[in-house]
Design a protein around this ligand. Structure first.
Ligand code: C2O
Ligand code: CU
Length: 471
């Protein structure tokens, strides 16, 4: 029997009564003219087509069972790409074409999704939507030329609560040679694991508990597959740290021992302007690129990187600053987006679609998570016109968290609970809190049928999945 948590039951009861507060009955200006103005403002914010150099970079990834030392000396039985968790970092330069042959040596089907990359629709890795599953023993070759530089990642899109949790995930970095050179360019994949008996992965997935809460939250956090790693740095170094939240459900709100890094990119895309990392909730699927200078006085110290989301802070890693060495800090302006639309008038455009996020009893798991009362990618929730401004609203009628991820698109937050709340950066994943309603704007430049789902993998598996069509 599934016991409903109080909040979920509350959510179920409140669902009907809850109406979002938004501006109704205000005289609307001529929205056609306004939308054109917003599209004009958007022009040049990001590319329509890739600028290819003609270079092809080929990689081979094999998904297979392996052993990995998350918490040495324990060996954890995992599923891994090429034997490591996370998988190898795929690093390319903007303009290069990525070609990845994925071989499936699991005993179940899989696919690969390139999270955040604006790929041709057929390369998006969503089984039943963009490709058939890659069966055990089979393989599939993905090929695409990323349009945007930045921090992206890859993971299966089939049985993802288990496949990602067991270790199938990795980073894809698209470097822009025009961006300044940092002393070190680090990729940190953040994850958490639910271990029992030493360091064995608890092998019940999509449990009633996971579904009644914010998915599966673990008891051991890791950075690049290691519990509490020490990362060597030097005083004076200027680091670019690329954070990726690859956890099934956990939200990370990272801090750096009293230091104040600047956020230069969110979800891979450079922000309109760099901003200080105060509290930023990095939900599953989100990425942050940080610009961090190690102060001269830190030589010989160990700086703790901690997670402040949730009840008690949790240490994730240490920056081990070499003693008796101070290097010269590279001096340059942090990179920022060449162009970013302000879209201050965007709230005057009517909402094209409101997604209602909620739960109900029933379905294969006993609890279903739904979008507009429907479950699964058979639900074509909305059709968006290519190249035109659309305003969308996500309304969470439940008492749980939902990081909503839209494949193949970037959007900008315009309002939270009806109050203008302009973010100066793009996102592909947006954390929506209990009973919260968030408006976003976008101009889709990538045609196809794109998944739109909660990135709490258990919620998505239990129905919180839909598609959007761009045509
Ligand atoms: Cu990383 Cu469909 O998601
Ligand atoms: Cu959710």
């Amino acid at each position: 029997m599934i016991k409903f948590s109080r909040t979920l039951t509350g959510a179920l009861l409140m669902g009907l009564a809850f109406l979002p507060a938004f501006v109704a009955g205000k005289p609307m200006p001529d929205t056609g003219v306004l939308a054109q103005q917003l599209e004009q403002e958007f022009k040049g914010a990001y590319r329509e087509n890739p600028e290819s150099t003609g270079q092809v970079r080929s990689f081979e990834l094999t998904a297979a069972p392996a052993e990995w030392g998350v918490v040495p000396p324990y060996r954890t039985a995992v599923w891994a790409y090429n034997g490591t968790v996370p998988g190898p970092v795929l690093r390319i330069k903007l303009g290069e074409t990525v070609k990845v042959k994925l071989t499936n040596k699991l005993t179940q089907s899989t696919t690969m999704h390139w999270h955040g990359i604006r790929v041709p629709n057929a390369m998006d890795g969503v089984p039943g939507v963009t490709q058939p599953p890659i069966e055990a023993g089979g393989s599939f070759t993905y090929q695409f030329t990323p349009k945007d530089p930045g921090t992206f990642w890859f993971h299966p899109h089939l049985n993802s609560p288990e496949q990602i949790e067991r270790g199938l995930q990795g980073a894809l970095i698209v470097e822009d040679p025009k961006e300044p050179r940092y002393s070190q360019d680090l990729v940190w994949v953040l994850d958490d694991w639910l271990f029992e008996n030493g360091a064995s992965i608890y092998d019940q997935f999509v449990t009633g508990h996971d579904l009644a809460h914010d998915g599966r939250w673990g008891n051991v956090a890791s950075v690049n597959g290691r519990y509490l790693p020490s990362i060597p740095v030097k005083a004076g170094e200027r680091l670019r740290i690329r954070l990726i939240n690859a956890a099934n459900g956990r939200v990370f709100s990272p801090t750096f021992d009293g230091l104040s890094p600047k956020v230069i990119a969110v979800d891979g895309m450079l922000a309109g302007a760099p901003f200080p990392l105060a509290q930023f909730n990095l939900a599953p699927g989100n990425r942050l690129d940080l610009d961090l200078v190690i102060p001269k006085e830190a030589a010989g110290k160990s700086l703790a990187v901690s997670n402040h989301f949730g009840r008690s802070p949790q240490t994730l890693a240490f920056l081990n600053v070499e003693a008796n060495t101070v290097v010269k800090t590279p001096a340059f302006e942090p990179p920022k987006a060449a162009h970013f639309p302000a879209w201050t008038e965007a709230l005057a455009v009517p909402v094209a679609h409101e997604f209602i996020l909620d739960a109900e009893r029933g379905g294969p798991y006993g609890i279903s998570w739904s979008i507009d009362g429907k479950t699964g990618h058979e639900n074509l929730a909305a059709t968006l016109p290519y190249g035109k401004f659309s305003r969308l609203r996500f309304t969470n009628q439940s008492g749980r968290l939902h990081p909503m991820h839209l494949h193949g698109q970037f959007f900008k937050v315009l309002a939270r609970d009806g109050e203008p709340a302009q973010e100066n950066f793009w996102r592909d994943t947006l954390l929506i809190g209990p009973k919260q309603s968030v408006d976003v704007g976008l101009v889709p430049l990538d045609k196809g049928l794109w998944a739109n789902h909660c990135h709490i993998l258990e919620h998505a598996e239990a129905g919180m999945m839909s598609t959007l069509k761009v045509e």
